[in-house]
Ligand binder design. Structure first.
Ligand code: NAD
Length: 363
């Protein structure tokens, strides 16, 4: 199979973790006999530096002509004072919209080797395996009007949370379809006691659920869902929620399973899927060679599964990551006395070795 992929490394630790993810992708493609066609393009702060646009036209057209996009992360303090449309994050939001990627899948799984890395007691966290389905193109992140207006000292800021029934319906169907292949539970998270958007959300999700009688639907307010996530994380299967709630809950889920650096994501729904680790550009550790690349590497596994239906190759990467962690390899975010930290490139190399070791089984 020809795997035609655009790589957008982005900013901060983006290039560091993407480099390792691409090495693993090359290796899996090699051992499985797939042909890889990669093109690298700028996004975010890197693109702002190059051409004062966080998402240049050339980057968009490369992405739209690929089968999938692999992204590192965007964001840099250097652009903190830029107007909204000239911030790195604006490039990523536009890219998601250009790709029509309305459903963001964020699995949070506790690797058994990492029980001691969760801040929660092992007996509470053991067996955690949830999938957050976050609506990605609506809500307060995209709603108009939005502005900061007025004179210094008495300015007013406005954001608009907006959801249409069609937007809720389509992402709900993604969540129910995925739940069918898992433990058949969907928990829809909203704030229906306060927000109109959430009342409509709950109504539409309940309606969609009638088409999936085999899936058990529950509803939870975001505040109590956040509490339950740390009290009883193993009870969650598929969490379905709107854009901002999903953004926040998935970082929290990263904390529960040990580190944000482990979390991968897939943004699907359009012609071209977008795959990226959940974390940001982490300026505090950028350039030090200590970032955890496993979220980026696991994003490649999601790409192979969702854009190319290569389940065996995806599992090969997931098993290699699991085996690497079981052998005690840890980046700084996961290091403990018994398992001192190794670098981004070293853990990448060990995953690669594990991929190659399993090659005969996958080829
Ligand atoms: P962040 O995710 O970059 O970092 C949060 C914390 O987690 C930091 O302490 C960081 O060092 C740590 N961390 C993150 N990824 C890690 C990894 N792979 N390995 C080890 N530790 C890791 O979030 P932030 O600090 O709130 O934001 C930094 C910048 O990233 C901002 O400009 C923000 O807008 C941007 N951002 C981008 C994305 C994206 O590109 N999808 C997502 C979130 C934030």
């Amino acid at each position: 199979m020809l795997l035609k992929i655009t790589v957008l490394s982005g900013d901060g630790i983006g290039p560091e973790v993407t480099e390792q993810a691409v090495l693993v992708l090359r290796s899996v493609a090699g051992v499985s006999g797939h042909q890889l066609e990669l093109q690298h393009k700028p996004i975010g702060g890197a693109a702002l530096k190059a051409c004062n646009d966080p998402l240049p036209a050339d980057t968009i057209s490369a992405c739209l002509s690929s089968s999938a996009v692999l992204l590192g992360a965007v964001g840099s303090p250097a652009f903190d004072h830029n107007p909204g449309h000239l911030r790195p994050e604006a490039g990523l939001l536009r890219l998601r919209r250009e790709l029509g990627a309305f459903a963001n899948l964020r699995p949070a799984i506790l690797f058994s080797a990492l029980e001691d890395c969760s801040p929660l007691r092992p007996d509470l966290v053991r067996g955690t395996d949830m999938l957050i389905v976050r609506e990605l193109l609506g809500g307060a992140y995209f709603g108009q009007p939005r502005s900061i207006e007025g004179i210094a000292g008495s300015r007013v800021a406005i954001n608009t949370m907006r959801y249409g029934e069609d937007e809720i319906d389509r992402v709900a169907r993604v969540a129910f379809e995925l739940a069918r292949k898992r433990r058949r539970k969907v928990l829809s998270v909203d704030k229906a006691n306060v927000l109109e958007c959430s009342r409509l959300w709950r109504e539409v999700v309940t309606r969609v659920a009638r088409d999936y009688p085999e899936v058990n639907l529950g509803h939870q307010y975001i505040d109590s869902a956040a509490m339950l996530l740390v009290q009883r994380p193993t009870e969650f299967d598929v969490i379905l929620t709107e854009n901002m709630f999903g953004d926040i809950l998935s970082d929290q889920a990263g904390g529960v399973v040990g580190s944000l650096g482990l979390l991968a994501s897939a943004s699907i729904g359009g012609q071209v899927g977008l795959y990226e680790p959940v974390h940001g550009s982490a300026p505090d550790i950028a350039g030090k060679g200590i970032a955890n690349p496993l979220g980026a590497i696991l994003s490649v596994a999601m790409m192979l599964r969702y854009s190319f239906q290569l389940d065996g190759e995806a599992a090969c990467i997931e098993n290699a990551v699991s085996a690497t962690l079981s052998q005690g390899a840890r980046t700084a975010d996961l290091a403990r006395k018994a398992h001192p930290a190794i670098s981004t490139s070293e853990i990448g190399r060990r995953v690669l070795e594990a991929v190659q070791a399993s090659a005969p089984a996958t080829a």
